[in-house]
Design a protein around this ligand. Structure first.
Ligand code: ADP
Length: 399
């Protein structure tokens, strides 16, 4: 059984096809520059065979049609009918969705309803869903929400101390993101620890361009650092994370900045980039190594914020089984992992095995560490495929 996973953006669609019997990816690529004067589709399949096709791609449906043609021409698929289902990444499910959901008209309406909470993402995720319906209306489609895993967070953790009607009437609360990734690595951690996920207490750190941390108690998310939007929490590539909200009024008043400019500053010009001029952690590391003070400071601020969250989440979880590192930075940077774990033995019993950390082993804690330290590569696409497959298997009359 083959499942196509789509992650639709405003001018691009990332895709991957999985063979669910073998649980392997058989093809992976991207449709880019949709709606622009020149677009292209690129994918790899088989033993590193790479296909690139340049063409004007008027809209997302045309992109999907072209993809189907290319997949058939290159014998990746005989036709789209070979696909059993399509799993879509949908960023925001609001309070409607606490698990992956079979897409129908009612589900589409609800995704549209919460679109104001993710105006840059949900509308384009819907375009991807509608493009598939247009090209192949009989295909089963499943929505896997970034927010769903965090729907178990209790109200005292998701409510903000604002006038209550902003929650009841406008949906202002913490939703959290990266849920598919936190859930995936939590399940992988449980397997590694040989424990039932329902009995696992974890702190999962997803550190990529976007970064968030989740507190997971008995397998369920009980708090996370991102909030109403993915701007809150940790220091990120270009996002500031937690700041005093009054900074916004201060800048507006004193520098005459309007909402749009402030939005752009906080989301695109802050974080690592704001502090030292680059959002690429590899460059930050190189520059820090060669003595660049701002790059060093960016690293320090990045890790210090993470440490504060680890402390806070350890207190709310109680006994933590493991701290899990995932995402581009946490999977690859031994320096960042070392900085995060430093000086945490006396308070939390966290002790890094430096050699294992340098080797990027899966288990990087020393034998005396009271909390296991795990490096687990995330695979959101595989998780979406697995969740989609689960729904397909639960449907009546399956073939
Ligand atoms: P996204 O959130 O866009 O999916 P990724 O999870 O791919 O991002 O992470 C991107 C980040 O990971 C970038 O800051 C990049 O510099 C960092 N990164 C990737 N490889 C390394 C490495 N070897 N050392 C340090 N940082 C790395």
């Amino acid at each position: 059984m083959k499942i196509l996973v789509l992650n639709s953006g405003s001018s691009s669609i990332k895709f991957q096809i999985f063979d669910m019997q073998k649980i392997v990816s058989i093809c992976q690529g991207v449709i880019e520059q949709i709606g622009e004067s020149r677009g292209h589709i690129k994918f790899v399949y088989g033993k590193e065979k790479e296909i690139t096709k340049k063409s004007v791609i008027k809209d997302h449906s045309v992109g999907i049609e072209l993809l189907e043609e290319l997949l058939i021409d290159n014998k990746v698929l005989k036709s789209f009918d070979e696909l059993r289902a399509v799993g879509h990444r949908v960023v925001h499910g609001g309070e409607y969705f606490s698990k992956p959901t079979l897409i129908n008209d009612e589900v589409i309406k609800k995704i549209e309803k919460v679109s104001p909470l993710a105006p840059l993402h949900n509308p384009v995720n819907l375009i991807g869903i509608k493009a598939i319906s247009k090209v192949n209306p009989s295909l089963i489609q499943v929505a896997v929400f970034d927010t769903a895993f965090h729907q178990t967070i209790p109200n005292y953790a998701y409510e903000y101390a604002l006038p209550y009607e902003y929650y009841t009437q406008n949906g202002v609360r913490r939703y959290g993101f990266h849920g598919t990734s936190h859930h995936f690595v939590a399940k992988e951690a449980a397997k590694f620890l040989q424990k039932d996920i329902d009995k696992c207490n974890l702190i999962t750190l997803h550190l990529g361009n976007g970064a968030s941390v989740a507190a997971i108690k008995n397998g369920k998310s009980i708090d996370t650092s991102m909030g109403l939007t993915p701007l809150e929490g940790l220091v990120m590539g270009t996002r500031c994370g937690d700041i005093d909200p009054a900074i916004i009024f201060y800048l507006a008043r004193n520098l005459n900045l309007d909402i749009k400019e402030l939005d752009n500053i906080l989301n695109k010009k802050s974080g690592l980039k704001g502090i030292c001029g680059t959002n690429d952690m590899r460059e930050v590391e190189q520059r820090a190594k060669s003595g660049d003070k701002r790059a060093k400071l960016a690293q320090e601020i990045f890790c210090y914020r993470i440490k504060k969250y680890i402390g806070a989440y350890s207190v709310i979880i109680g006994k933590v089984d493991a701290l899990v590192f995932t995402g581009g930075i946490a999977e690859h940077s031994s320096i960042i992992r070392e900085k995060i774990c430093s000086d945490l033995y006396d308070t939390l019993g966290i002790k890094l095995n430096k050699e294992a950390n340098l080797r990027h082993d899966r288990l990087i804690s020393s034998n005396t560490s009271k909390i296991k330290l795990l490096v687990i590569p995330t695979n959101e696409e595989l998780e979406i495929a697995k969740q989609t497959y689960k729904i397909v298997l639960s449907l009546p009359n399956r073939v």
